[in-house]
Design a protein around this ligand. Structure first.
Ligand code: NAD
Ligand code: UGA
Length: 463
């Protein structure tokens, strides 16, 4: 296969397609990079001053390359015709219908793309799986592309490991880049084409090459391991609350063992984000398909623990606030699934808001970047939910604050002022353990950190 290596197309201009292609364009000025999407609004936003996603450093990166060698377009067909290398970065959500509903990956967008590539390709192309996919998807891609077709295609797997909120940093300085290929002459040649692109800024020893199935599986496994750590520490947070141990101290004591490591051990009200749950469901479903029910159950328990943790957070609020939340005003500090992003997909705050709604609480949501999306997510709660950009106004007359996202801005608010404006007794539930609990207690709050004993001015009831 000959490719000039000069024309790259990415199908799917989302959280992955946009930033990854902006980085490639910025680092490889001799390549022409086009990102296409069927979503016209999204493409218009990529071409505007207000990008469709909030990600620190993204604006500057896009501005450095847009119009030079980075282009956003809705013309998928001519994009395919012109490209030598096509990244496919479409969404692969959990299937909501039919066989495997609620578990399997919904591959309809993926397959549609494969058929579109086939229909519009006249010359040889390298197809790169960027989306997260079940193992052996490359085989399906190859079969669709090669059936009744003389055009030469080589399919590679190049999963993305960036995390939202730190996407640009992660892309700039990745722990590793993974490229899986067929171990044929053509497969290895295609793999080398992709290595050549990343080598523009990633040290060669960080570019791992492997067989294509290992690469596809590694992406699911990496997310499963990360989420498993979170469910592990969250499970321990429940035990800490029951025993007066402090989860932060336990995480520190455990994480200083270099075999375990200290990262990704912050207990929280539960993990969110578009991928952890869907990818573990996908992994678990795969294990079941291969008749490995014990493996499937093991991984599925990571999700069960996460649901338990979110539920436990609300139950603790209910118990603390005298077993009734009806008519009480509760301010949710943060709605995004993590700080530094406006993304709310699978945010634990959605779960919390819905449970509070069922308890007939009055909810007020504040978030520096996710309020527009929160309004869409909480349509079901209409009538008892309000939105307020200013956290001081959100907390006014509230009975309780629940910290759902670890935005830095919440660490430095004037909590004396906030306390004075709230109904008493005033409660604060820190679902991220980012606040100074002792000083909040001294101000007068009843403080409920996660995985730690509560600090309250109320008369203690028996545990
Ligand atoms: P996204 O929903 O933000 O973007 C996907 C885009 O693909 C959408 O804009 C959609 O309109 C477009 N699309 C769908 N079908 C199309 C078609 N036929 N032609 C053109 N465009 C089409 O999704 P995302 O968060 O960018 O995730 C994409 C993939 O990357 C998923 O498989 C995900 O699991 C994986 N991933 C995501 C992240 C993350 O942080 N979000 C990180 C690593 C991997
Ligand atoms: C995650 C992985 O970290 C990425 O490597 C992967 O590429 C991506 O999924 C994906 O495949 O989509 P992301 O979901 O963007 O990235 O963000 P994370 O930083 O992993 O956070 C996920 C959730 O875990 C968030 O709700 C976060 O608040 C929570 N979390 C994280 C904790 O509760 N405690 C921690 O210590 C770390």
């Amino acid at each position: 296969m000959t490719t000039s290596g000069k024309k790259i197309l990415c199908i799917g201009a989302g959280y992955v397609g946009g930033p990854t292609m902006a980085m490639i364009a910025a680092k490889c000025p001799e390549y022409r990079v086009t990102v296409v999407d069927i979503n016209t609004e999204r493409i218009a936003a990529w071409n505007s001053e207000k990008l469709p996603i909030y990600e620190p450093g993204l604006d500057v990166l896009v501005q450095s390359a847009r119009g030079r060698n980075l282009f956003f377009s809705t013309d998928v067909q001519s994009g395919i015709r012109d490209a030598d290398i096509i990244f496919v970065s479409v969404n692969t959500p959990t299937k909501k219908y039919g066989e495997g509903a609620g578990m399997a990956a919904d591959l309809q967008y993926w397959e549609k793309t494969a058929r579109e590539i086939k229909a519009n390709s006249k010359g040889p192309k390298i197809i790169v799986e960027k989306s997260t996919l079940p193992v052996k998807t490359a085989l399906a891609m190859e079969q669709i592309l090669k059936e009744n077709n003389s055009v030469q295609f080589e399919v590679l797997s190049n999963p993305e490991f960036l995390a939202e909120g730190s996407a640009i940093k992660d892309l700039q300085n990745p722990d590793r880049v993974l490229i899986g290929s067929r171990e044929t002459k053509a497969g290895i040649a295609a793999r080398n084409e992709l290595v050549k692109i990343y080598e523009h800024w990633v040290p060669r020893e960080k570019i791992i090459t492997s067989n294509i199935w290992s690469s596809e599986l590694s992406k699911l496994v990496a997310n499963a391991f990360l989420a498993q750590r979170l469910s592990s520490i969250n499970a321990i947070s429940a035990l800490c609350e029951a025993t007066d141990a402090h989860v932060g101290e336990v995480a520190n004591a455990v994480g200083t063992d270099s075999r375990i490591g200290s990262k990704f051990l912050n207990a929280s009200l539960g993990f969110g984000g578009s991928c952890f749950e869907k990818d573990i469901l996908n992994l678990s479903y795969l294990a079941r398909q291969y008749n490995l029910p014990e493996v499937a159950d093991y991984w599925h328990s990571v999700i069960r623990m996460n649901t338990y943790q979110k539920d436990r957070f609300v139950k603790r609020m209910l118990a603390a606030m005298f077993n009734t939340l009806a008519g009480k005003k509760i301010a949710l500090f943060g709605f995004a699934f993590k700080a530094n992003t406006g993304d709310t997909r699978e945010s634990p705050a959605i779960f919390v808001a819905q449970k509070l709604f069922e308890e007939q609480a009055e909810i007020i949501v504040t978030d520096p970047a996710a309020l527009t999306q929160a309004k869409i997510d909480l349509q079901r709660c209409e009538g008892r939910v309000a939105y307020e950009a200013d956290p001081y106004k959100a907390a006014k007359d509230a009975d309780a604050i629940a910290v759902c996202t670890e935005w830095d801005a919440y660490k430095t608010l004037d909590y004396k002022k906030i306390f004075a404006s709230m109904r008493k007794p005033a409660f604060i539930f820190d679902g991220r353990n980012i606040l100074d609990h002792e000083s909040l207690f001294k101000i007068g709050f009843n403080v409920y950190p996660l995985g730690q004993p509560e600090l309250t001015h109320l008369q203690k009831t028996e545990k």
